[in-house]
Design a protein. Sequence first.
Length: 263
Amino acid sequence: MARSAAAKKVAKAASTGAGGKGAGSERNILFPAAMTLVALLGVVLVLVARDQRSDLAPAGNPGLEDHWHTAYDIFVCDEIDPTPFGNDSVDDRTGIHTHGDGLIHIHPFVSTVTGQYATLGAFFNENQTAFDDDTIQLPSGKVISEEDFTCGGESVEIRVLKWNQLTAEKPAVFTEDLRDVRLNENGQLVMFAVVAKDKDNSEIPRPDDSYLRQYLNLSVEQQPLGQEGESETGPTLPESLEPDFETEEPVEEVPESSEPNND
């Protein structure tokens, strides 16, 4: 009986040992497989996130390496506002700013204002000036709203006219999503117009481009690049070339050219 009981114990132990070995072997196989699956899922998630970032990434120009310029004017009812927006380049945060010279300087410091994000909205954000489809704040600080401003007793609307090139004959005209109008070429002209709703676009003058033409011929070293230490840099121009915003009239003669590409 003792030998029989001992034999049973040996057989049971052998059976248990074999089962344990099988379970351990299965665990040794499943763990690496699970880790491999987790790694594959991680790779898939990274690729998906990269594609999403690519869709949101700035497309087109300007890029971080560009340094462009756009001339602008402001037309209210029937008159050009002679005052440019003030110099906001001293504490510039993005690279789309003005030096108080009637130009929008476009040389992005950060990717958030490159490509399709280089817009009039980015300029007004940097300038800390109100601007949208219904409101525009003039350089004087006066805020004009379509709701309560009139021209000769007539209701007004705010328009943006953009000549995509200096040689463009006719502008692209925008009456909505004005903050999204792109600054996507060097040497563009922009007119901010507050006019009666029935005013024909042909009655809105082209911005004065004389200073821009002179400016585009300057070397990079002569162009203002923002702030150096405590002193502000600026264009190295003979005094006679400085624009006179008090007396200059917009150029009415328009050079022959191809039509601009509408945005």
